[in-house]
Design a protein around this ligand. Structure first.
Ligand code: RIB
Ligand code: CA
Length: 313
């Protein structure tokens, strides 16, 4: 019997790596992408919302877009020069969508879908956790209805905004704290795994050339307009597509390595500038932390995505 698809909502701040993660999720036959809930992050929420609508329209993805927050739970630590280009899409101009937002705001939409899928809903959170925290605060009875939250965020090693804090968490540490204290099963793709598992420019370039398709060219253009670059664990100059690791976990967790940790989010202002740190502490684990991914599997997801969208005009 064919495996049942996993009902998924992606909470996101598109963002180039968010866009690639959304494409990989939409192309997978393991995922039923119900909806996308944009959040303020990489660029202002006005742009993350616009990019989300334009992406689902351009790609022909049959998913709702439910309007998220334009702010943070308390206040935003700071706005940084985005590595995603001025409007978040690495300079790629997508056609202006005429799609409308879903009638429900993100936190009510997630609640309705959680009730509908009674315990099977998986949330892939690849931006700051403001929408997710707001959902848990406004609908505390939702917790047992969420199977797990698989996030890109945090780090068990260094940060990328301060030596301690990763971007998604430092934009809204109180929101991250609400999520990590919720008791919901959590999976974290932090910088400790994403920085070493970038996708090589050579690979994406050859994929685009071989496919000769619009989507292949778009992938290539997106990563060349995105300045998060690193040498990956195979020694290749690569684009750090942080968010795609979270999606890769949902599609086939057996292809990733993990450890169980207890993570606490630092939100005390006086604590030596560790605001937003995802600190590993002793005690009962509350999070499955991803530590590695099979790169052959990971590259195959890009091939599958280009194949899936190969007829895009
Ligand atoms: O630190 C990387 C994370 O911050 C990714 O989700 C990227 O899209 C940005 O939101
Ligand atoms: Ca993101």
């Amino acid at each position: 019997m064919e495996d049942k698809k996993i009902p998924v909502i992606i909470d996101t701040d598109p963002g180039v790596d968010d866009a690639l993660a959304i494409m990989i999720a939409a192309a997978s036959d393991k995922i039923d992408l119900l909806g996308i809930t944009p959040v303020d992050g990489n660029v202002s929420a006005v742009f993350t919302h616009k990019n989300a609508l334009n992406l689902v329209s351009f790609l022909g993805i049959d998913a709702d877009v439910a309007e998220g927050g334009y702010d943070q739970l308390v206040y935003r630590y700071g706005r940084y020069a985005s590595s995603h280009g001025a409007e978040g899409m690495g300079g790629v101009e997508l056609p202006q969508s005429d799609r409308k937002f879903h009638e429900l705001r993100a936190w009510d939409y997630i609640y309705e879908k959680a009730k509908e899928h009674n315990g099977e809903l998986v949330i892939i959170a690849i931006g700051p956790l403001t929408n997710i925290a707001r959902t848990l605060i406004m609908h505390p009875d939702i917790k047992p209805m969420i199977k797990k939250i698989v996030m890109m965020g945090g780090s068990t090693e260094r940060g990328n905004v301060t030596p301690y804090a990763e971007f998604n968490f430092i934009v809204d540490p109180p929101a991250a704290k609400v999520v990590f204290e919720s008791g919901i099963p959590l999976v974290m793709a932090g910088l400790n795994v994403t920085l070493k598992t970038g996708i090589s420019f050579d690979f994406i370039g050859s994929l685009a050339k071989e496919s000769g398709s619009k989507i292949g060219g778009m992938l290539n253009e997106l990563i060349h307009g995105y300045s998060d670059v690193n040498i990956n664990k195979e020694g290749e100059k690569s684009s750090v597509v942080h968010d795609a690791i979270a999606v890769a976990y949902v599609i086939d967790p057996t292809k990733l390595e993990t450890e169980e940790d207890r993570i606490e989010i630092q939100t005390e202002r006086f604590c030596e500038g560790t605001w937003g740190q995802s600190k590993v502490v002793s005690g009962e684990p509350n999070c499955t932390v991803i530590t590695d991914i099979d790169m052959d599997y990971y590259r195959q997801l890009y091939r599958d995505t280009v194949e899936h969208f190969s007829n895009l005009k």
